[in-house]
Design a protein around this ligand. Structure first.
Ligand code: COA
Length: 266
């Protein structure tokens, strides 16, 4: 399996493990806090992932033993005026939307602190695995602000309005086991196994038809804000489109021939 490291970012490390890309936020001096430059690099990296057919899945994690991403960079936030604050919020939202709408699976491997923008980054990923030392939360109100990178919108959609409001209004930080119980993460794994488990999860998804995976992501993402009728119409439309695909032809033929399917990534 080929592994390459990309040297074009200052605050990100990227590593290719076959069709899986591991993206590590790397600002160790500030526990991987997201400054504007890092958001810009994340935007470039998300676009490169989306546009490269060779990259099938993305794992997002943080550098070091202690922190996934400690939040937005408070040094930068502290000096923003209203116009600058709104602009950085829009930037963070745009970057996280890009990840969520890449059309391919994005998995957060939450390896420690995930506060504020770090928690929001994890929320924008499609699936979240957490290490047993992870702690998550949206502590913004304690800083006199609110979550600005999609947190007020994605958290209630993920765990329900009541539980989300409790976390957002109190700023309470939850450990991995509680995060799992409330549905904030899919699963907790021992720290040493986190990346391996994330990669296994990515590989399990990559065994399936790539167009089907993409359509499933789209059906859930675009369908969620719709009513049941409109959502089901969206589902049938995508279901119909897949019937024209080589993926469906191969997947069903392979089943009938009692062999594993061989899907092409384009
Ligand atoms: N922005 C900027 N700098 C940050 C940061 C952030 N979000 N989080 C941590 N840092 C910096 C600290 O200021 C410190 O810098 P220093 O060494 O120059 O003093 C360094 O990272 C290490 O952090 P420290 O607080 O000493 O580590 P800790 O292990 O005692 O605590 C945290 C870790 C994550 C609990 C604590 O740093 C924290 O609460 N950070 C802010 C979390 C937050 O509110 N995020 C939401 C922002 S909107």
């Amino acid at each position: 399996m080929s592994t390459t490291t990309d040297a074009t970012y200052r605050n990100l490390l990227t590593e290719r493990r076959g069709a899986v890309t591991v993206l590590t936020v790397h600002r160790p001096d500030v526990l991987n806090a997201l400054n504007r430059e890092t958001l810009g690099e994340l935007e470039r990296c998300a676009r490169a992932f989306r546009d490269d057919p060779g990259q099938g899945a993305l794992i997002v994690t943080g550098s070091g033993e202690k922190s996934f991403v400690s939040g937005a960079d408070i040094q930068e936030l502290a000096v923003l005026d209203p116009r600058g604050a709104e602009a950085i919020s829009r930037l963070g939202q745009r970057v996280f939307d890009l990840l969520e709408q890449a059309g391919k699976p994005v998995i957060a491997a939450v390896n420690g602190y995930a506060f504020g923008g770090g928690c929001e980054l994890a929320l924008a990923c499609h699936l979240r695995l957490a290490s047993d030392n992870a702690v998550m939360g949206l502590p913004e109100v304690g800083l006199g602000i609110i979550p600005g990178y999609g947190g007020t919108q994605r958290l209630p959609r993920l765990i329900g309005k009541g539980r989300a409001l409790e976390l957002i209004l109190t700023g309470r930080r939850v450990k991995a086991d509680e995060a799992e119980r409330m549905g904030l993460v899919n699963r907790v794994v021992p720290r040493a196994e986190l990346l391996g488990e994330a990669e296994k999860l990515a590989q399990a998804i990559l065994e399936n038809g790539p167009l089907a995976v993409s359509a499933a992501l789209e059906a859930v993402h675009r369908g969620l804000p719709l009513g049941l009728d409109d959502g089901q119409r969206l589902e049938s439309g995508l279901f119909g489109l897949l019937a024209a695909s080589q993926d469906m032809h191969e997947g069903m033929k392979a089943f009938l021939e009692k062999r594993p399917a061989r899907f092409e990534r384009r």
